[in-house]
Design a protein around this ligand. Sequence first.
Ligand code: SF4
Length: 212
Amino acid sequence: MLDYPDHLACIVWFAGCNMRCLYCYNPHIVLGEGDIGANELLDFLRKRVNHLEGVVLSGGEVTLYPELSELCRDIKELGFKIKLDTNGSNPQVLSLLLKNSLVDFVSLDFKAAKTLFKAVTLSNFYDSLISSLQILQGGNIPFEVRTTVHTDLLNEEAINEMAGVLVENGYGGIYYLQNYLHAEQTLGSLNANPKRLDKSILTDKIKIEFRN
Ligand code: SF4
């Protein structure tokens, strides 16, 4: 339910990612090759028709999967709703999914503002992320924007800057923040107990909610 609000859903983790976020606690997924293919997934879902309402496609980065449109179509034909989790690096694929009504809800990970994006993700997808945000803004399906916060990487000033970017781009929804939770394995070596954000100095230009 937490992964797809108000829906009884299962999660499918896609192996592989084009970012290397230092706090990522799924190195086995990011660097792995996956355990099952599309046919096995569809067999699994066929047995859960009328028991589950939705499927969360997460990862890793789902939009890297080459047959994503076909897979979404097959999942929707079984009657499931689809929530897509994405890091926003692939606006073309996102646009296609929206255009063909192949997803019902999107969670967009906003990793960092432009100045810190590379340091947090070890990648250069900031402009793609903004394009993805704009595509979602212009689309007609619900979406949310969320950020994982490790305060050694993102402090209050950084979060306020990101909130400003969302406002500039017309985002009027809730900006969800989720505090870093230390896991045994992460992609980077980060302080296990970073300080918490000081909520009193976060901007009020946008509605911010903490998930944990
Ligand atoms: S946290 Fe970063 S590295 Fe890990 S799956 Fe998400 S985008 Fe990829």
